[in-house]
Design a binder for this molecule. Sequence first.
Ligand code: MN
Length: 431
Amino acid sequence: MQTTKNLSWVTSANDPNCDFPLENLPWGSFCLANDASNRARIGVAIGNKILDFSTLEGLVDVPHPLQEAFLMLQNGQMNHYMNLSQEVHHGMRMWLTHLLSKSNTSFQEIEPKLVNQSEVKMLKPCFIHDYTDFYASIHHATSVGKMLRPDAPLSPNYKWLPIAYHGRASSIQVSGEKVKRPSGQMRASEGKPPYFRPSRRLDFELELGVFIGAGNNLGEPIPMEQAEDHFFGMCILNDWSARDIQGWEGQPLGPFLGKNFSTTISPWIVTKEALAPFRKAWTRSDNNQEILDYLQHPENLANGAIEIHLEVDLETAAMREAGLPAYRITQSEFSEAAYWTIAQLITQHTSNGCNLQSGDLLGTGTLSGINPENAGSLLELSQGGKKPIILANGQERSFLEDGDELIIRAYCQLPNQVRIGFGECRNRIIS
Ligand code: MN
């Protein structure tokens, strides 16, 4: 059974392969190329256009319960909007669906205010106070663990709690921005003294980001039955990693300078409501059911997973010069890769009373699939740098070179649902 697509008067949204049909309506922040003030505006993506909230005053009838929210969006206060109740978020989605639907015959005044996505500079979608990166794929944890500890790849805590480290929010960048190769301290081999130089083992990590909506008060953990109430939406996330810096500095406190030089995200937040049709039962690849009570809930079992397909393409400078298309180096699936659900990440993060704030970002961790070819990093794909991958034009890569551009895409697609996409997270490495 094919669900009929809800048609929009924005015709590009009706293309079956479009990332941003009426069923998606993701949130983003942007500024106009010709606006000298560089003012950040809030918008919703529809087809290849953006509905710009700063231009709608007087043109639309905002239902009374949404007027406070509408003002926030008009004024660029995305975090305030994210902190509102789910009822308001739902009401806004219903209203926007009506406004942009083909059945709305009074769209003539709004249409000229739409902005072309190709003509804006996308910004971070909200202010990100804090960023935490998890380690939710057991396949990634196992294959990386094997390189370090062949006999016991998984740490004893892995199956009992979602592991994470506190990342750096200030160095989060959006798609389109350049990523500068970091320098750092590293050593060639055990027993040799370290040196300081540009990283030679620069890698990506294929991840998804989870944005927090309403926060919680310090000292008040979020139980599993409420965790989803705090989940606002998702983006693509690339946790750039300098493996040589990370390897030398990482003991005993974990990731630091090998990670915090950059994290890139796709600019649109795909909401929890848009993702709802792609929910499924949560299962674990090893069928392990041993979980402490505070990380369990029947709803999490029944609907905790989300099917999101992920793809990574690499375009080298040589490909670009020769006019060759980017080369697909891996693809993966969120629900198969993840050992923990979004609700469990949120509950674990706050289980000691730690407070999350609206706009906080949680990385899922590298979403490697069960098969080696579905790994979410070059560290895994090249077996620690020992077996370079061969690209379509004959070039080899163990790790990333200057001029390489990495393009990550994500989308949800099921036979009986309208496809929605995340757009892309595209970033080039410079020296
Ligand atoms: Mn990571």
